[in-house]
Write a protein that binds this ligand. Structure first.
Ligand code: PMP
Length: 299
């Protein structure tokens, strides 16, 4: 296999050479924004939506991305081409860049831009067939009026604490509640519950990131005629749901079959979840920016 190339500040460099300064405020303070994007079958899924979210996140923290969206789209596609990847997870990071040791972002002269593309599967294939067990954890979602969940920032400590609690409980993922005790999301995925064919997912203001996969599933569910709503709900509603599933770029659509020891439905991935997963898998094969022949037609 040829050597993996990483885009780093205008150059495509090898993994060993893909290093940034210890004075980068992304490292020192988690000051920056990022995206996780995926390519399937040579198509980058919803690239434009990911870039809109990235640039909105950057604007919100007053970070000037040193490329236009169109240039960034081309760089993402070029990174895949140079690595000859048709199916990949793409991590795009824009950090505040190199500054001095103090917190002040105005000391940082130029944001650092990094794009890493590699083959990845978050959960082993068997878990998509069997579904996963999750727990709710003590760590609460950051209050959305303190750090908006719409900002996909490098500050992921809240989510990491959730992942630690999941790991200590011996499960692959966990649910976070918000400060009022309503269900917000997983550590890196959105949550959906289904009861009597009605599908619910928490609205952004509860503390959920507006996931690109979440939005795709909302569209697919509506197209299929399901009663699909954004709604505030509690752990109880999760426990008594017929089906529960998580969505995310890395997680895709994965069934949850046990929550805090309560078996969901009959303990197997439910029929609606499976139907939505199948539709999602079909959608991602077709829908996207082609890596190997055309460029993004960004409007
Ligand atoms: N919530 C959080 C906190 C996340 O980090 C992610 C992953 N980006 C998601 C939800 C799912 O979002 P998406 O479908 O855009 O990957």
């Amino acid at each position: 296999m040829s050597e993996q190339l990483i885009f780093l500040d205008g150059e495509y460099v090898s993994k060993e050479n893909a290093v940034i300064s210890v004075y980068d405020h992304g490292f020192l303070y988690g000051d920056g924004v990022f995206e996780g994007i995926r390519a399937y079958n040579g198509n980058v899924f919803r690239l434009e939506e990911h870039l809109v979210r990235l640039y909105d996140s950057a604007k919100s923290i007053l970070l000037d991305v040193p490329y236009t969206k169109e240039e960034m789209a081309d760089i993402v596609v070029e990174t895949l081409r140079r690595n000859n990847l048709t199916d990949a997870y793409i991590r795009l990071v824009v950090s505040r860049g190199v500054g001095n040791l103090g917190l002040d972002p105005f000391t940082c002269k130029r944001p650092s831009v990094i794009i890493i593309a590699e083959a990845l599967s978050l959960f082993p294939k068997e878990l998509y067939d069997s579904g996963i067990e999750i727990v709710t954890v003590a760590s609460r979602r950051n209050r959305s009026d303190v750090l908006s969940p719409k900002v996909k920032s490098l500050n992921y400590l809240n989510n990491i604490l959730v992942k630690i609690e999941a790991g200590l409980a011996g499960v692959p993922e966990a649910l976070m509640l918000n400060d009022q005790g309503y269900v917000a999301e997983g550590s890196a995925d959105n949550v959906f519950i289904i009861r009597d064919n009605k599908i619910l997912t928490p609205p952004g203001y509860v503390g959920a990131l507006e996931g690109i996969t979440r939005n795709a599933i909302i569209e697919v569910a509506k197209e299929k005629g399901y009663d699909m709503q954004e709604a505030v709900f509690t752990r109880h509603d999760v426990y008594v749901a017929d089906e529960v599933f998580l969505t995310g770029t890395a997680a895709e659509v994965i069934a949850v079959v046990k929550v805090d020891g309560r078996i969901i439905g009959d303990g197997k991935p439910g029929s609606v979840t499976q139907e939505l997963l199948q539709s999602f898998r079909m959608l991602v094969q077709e829908d996207g920016v082609k890596v190997f022949d055309t460029k993004l037609n960004a409007g």
